[in-house]
Design a protein around this ligand. Structure first.
Ligand code: F6R
Length: 279
């Protein structure tokens, strides 16, 4: 009885919602979070297969989704998950870069996912870092058109930069921005330098979907692992939305979930100052 009363009292003063403007699911580890997201994707692909419909996924690169792609490959191999009805649009690519360069996101997607599943290559879309500068505007316009022609993105997967970027929409990116050429933040070039021989080799430019392109997706899942991401997760979820923290603009979408591990959730008020949220 005492426990019941406690539970009632705890519920009565659960204030975590008043701090968090975006739903956050916290998992013990990045592996657990990735398995959860892979399951969501697999269920959605199968649901669309039953209806004989295409399933349009927006995909991210970087270290965060590697365990997600490993789990999707496992589901394909061991649980017969087919990608035949899947159409993909990647968020971004460095510019300029050769598609087969070690650091290119075109190559990343092949080695992490596409080479290991039964997706039709003509259903794969990734910004092209090889095109001529004069053709970039038209390439970006076509990219937006292809997303529209596919019926829009059903489910967009995101990571987050330490500076709050989503895709390569660096701080200052407008809520109405579309696919375009951008200048990478120095902090992003430093964060990604480990993929290159040295910092001077990191491209200064990139092609990225815009904030409005991302916000037009029907459903969005942002993943983040590790304590380095904890401060920006707190800002994006609890502080006011601002173009200075592009991920906070996701507060303007009505079906977005953050999937994080315990370390990335450490700065949220419910963990940092639990007495404030009544826990
Ligand atoms: C990559 C992308 C970026 C990354 C972000 C985090 O396609 O869109 O926004 O998600 O830079 O990178 P990692 O996962 O390496 O920490």
């Amino acid at each position: 009885k005492q426990t019941n009363n406690m539970a009632k009292r705890t519920n009565a003063i659960d204030l975590s919602d008043s701090f968090e403007k975006i739903p956050v699911k916290i998992f013990p580890s990045s592996k657990d979070g990735s398995v959860f997201v892979a399951r969501q994707i697999a269920d959605f692909i199968r649901f669309k297969q039953q209806k004989k419909e295409k399933c349009v996924l927006g995909l991210a690169t970087g270290s965060t989704p590697k365990s997600l792609y490993a789990e999707l490959v496992r589901l394909h191999r061991e649980e017969k998950l087919s990608f035949k009805n899947v159409i993909t649009f990647n968020l971004d690519e460095y510019y300029p870069i050769h598609n087969n360069a070690l650091q290119s996101y075109n190559r990343f997607m092949k080695t992490q996912l596409f080479d290991h599943v039964d997706i039709d290559p003509k259903n794969i879309h990734i910004p092209n870092g090889e095109i001529e500068k004069d053709d970039i505007k038209e390439h970006c316009r076509q990219y937006e058109k292809k997303i529209k022609d596919a019926g829009g993105i059903d489910l967009q997967i995101l990571g987050i930069g330490n500076n709050g970027h989503i895709g390569f929409n660096e701080p200052g990116s407008g809520i109405y921005s579309k696919t375009r050429l951008i200048t990478l933040d120095n902090s992003t070039r430093i964060a990604n330098a480990y993929e290159f021989a040295n910092i001077s080799q990191v491209p200064r430019l990139a092609i990225t979907m815009g904030i409005s392109t991302i916000l037009q997706s029907k459903k969005i899942i942002l993943m983040a692992w590790g304590s380095a991401k904890a401060p920006v997760i707190k800002k994006a979820v609890e502080d006011d939305d601002t173009e200075q923290v592009p991920a906070s603009l996701l507060q303007n979408h009505d079906d977005v979930t953050f999937v994080v591990d315990k370390s990335a959730a450490a700065e949220l008020t419910r963990n940092k100052s639990p007495w404030l949220t009544g826990d």
